[in-house]
Design a protein around this ligand. Structure first.
Ligand SMILES: Cc1ncc(COP(=O)(O)O)c(C=O)c1O
Length: 385
């Protein structure tokens, strides 16, 4: 079969399976709202969990600060060549000090971090043990790494321990990798249990706080802070593209691991560095979110109330965070529900396999601290209707 014919058939198959993706026509994003195909909707699909992307006073102040600096918009090279900048060092210092860890490292995105860290740290003599529901970027990192990997059942730490025990003495190093707040289920990893297992079996623990940073912990460091495990986890990663309302990602770790990654991590070495304008903004939002504990508490309270009301209406709503998934099972039902919500003025994206497991299609409601209960009170009734 000819190449073009084959990919046309594959696309048709995706359409028939309700898995075909198209870019939404977004004409405006303003505060809580978004305009899609000319329709104004309440945006319940944003990861700007603290609403920092809409902080106009902070944005305006920042614009003035950067207007006169040259080369603000490009680093023009990789960090190891001429792309490094004092703002990188300020940002990494601020991160290391906030987490109370020896070192921090900034990456171009969470995707870059996850496809680079494991391949840099392990080879075929090592083993990676990964939660079954870990994000696609972690899975891609495992595929790129030369190390064999096994996936333990989602949040099933007895299963993880069976795998750890069976692997003892057979590998140079065992790595455990997990998200803290699972992006599609909104449920939480048991970080204390993971640390206990890592210590018992001498494993190296990597925790992705992409959805935890800014939302959990007194200082917004993530679930690792709530669990009191900031010092015990070997590498904690987070992104700037979600609650921190910027672009890029970071990791905190020991100075030795940082030195090793700087020398071996291909997605760090072989890419153009972030522009100063982004680094400065990330530093600002990072510092700003530290004092936003009341917003974090309000956000988690709002999510708890929505989850409770949806469960009362008879829905399957897992999770313990600001991400509230309503499991529909079939793709058709998820899409139909998203349309019903859209007609009522809410943008909630349907999430379908392969992003989630087969028969795990859902509506994913992603809340923000700038929302009030009145903004979302109609949702249980609309979904139920
Ligand atoms: C758990 C997790 N890790 C990493 C990423 C990737 O981060 P980024 O958007 O900064 O590439 C995401 C989401 O996009 C995520 O949900």
């Amino acid at each position: 079969m000819q190449f073009h014919e084959r990919i046309r058939e594959e696309l048709d198959e995706l359409k028939s399976l309700d898995r075909y993706r198209v870019l939404p026509d977004i004409t405006a994003r303003n505060g809580k709202d978004i305009e899609v195909n000319g329709q104004r909707l309440l945006n319940l699909s944003s990861n700007d969990y603290l609403g920092l992307g809409d902080d106009t006073a902070m944005l305006e102040g920042y614009g003035i600060q950067f207007r006169r600096s040259s080369h603000a918009m490009t680093s023009s090279s990789s960090r190891l060549l001429t792309g490094n900048h004092p703002l990188y060092e300020q940002l990494e210092k601020a991160l290391a000090s906030l987490y109370g860890r020896e070192s921090a490292m900034v990456f171009n995105s969470g995707y870059h971090a996850n496809i680079g860290i494991l391949p840099a740290l392990c080879n075929r003599h090592d083993l990676v043990l990964s939660d079954r529901l870990n994000h696609a970027s972690i899975i891609d990192g495992m595929k790129i790494a030369e190390a064999p990997y096994q996936r333990y059942r989602h949040r099933d730490y007895d299963h993880l321990e069976v795998l750890l025990a069976a692997a003892q003495g057979r590998y140079r190093q065992i790595f455990i990798v997990t998200e803290s707040v699972f992006s599609m289920d909104g449920d939480l990893a048991d970080l204390s249990r993971l640390v206990a297992l890592k210590e018992k079996y001498g494993a190296f623990l990597i925790v992705d706080e992409a959805h935890g940073v800014g939302v959990f912990g007194g200082l917004g460091l993530g679930l690792c802070e709530t669990a009191g495990m900031v010092q015990e986890i070997d590498i904690i990663t987070g992104t700037f593209g979600k609650a921190l309302a910027s672009t890029g990602a970071f990791a905190v770790m020991s100075s030795l691991v940082r030195e090793y990654l700087l020398n071996t991590m291909r997605s760090f070495i072989f890419t153009t560095a972030l522009p100063p304008v982004i680094l400065g903004w990330s530093l600002l939002t990072l510092q700003r979110q530290v004092s936003m504990y009341p917003e974090r508490a309000a956000l988690l309270g709002l999510a708890e109330r929505l989850r409770r009301e949806l469960i009362v209406c008879g829905f399957d709503v897992p999770g313990d965070s600001h991400i509230v998934p309503v499991i529909t099972g079939s793709n058709d039902r998820a899409v139909a529900l998203a349309v019903r919500l859209k007609n009522a003025g809410f943008l909630c994206m349907p999430v379908r396999p392969p992003t989630v497991p087969e028969k795990g299609a859902r509506i994913r409601i992603s809340l923000r601290s700038t929302l009030q209960w009145e903004d979302i009170a109609r949702i249980p009734e609309i979904i139920g209707g």
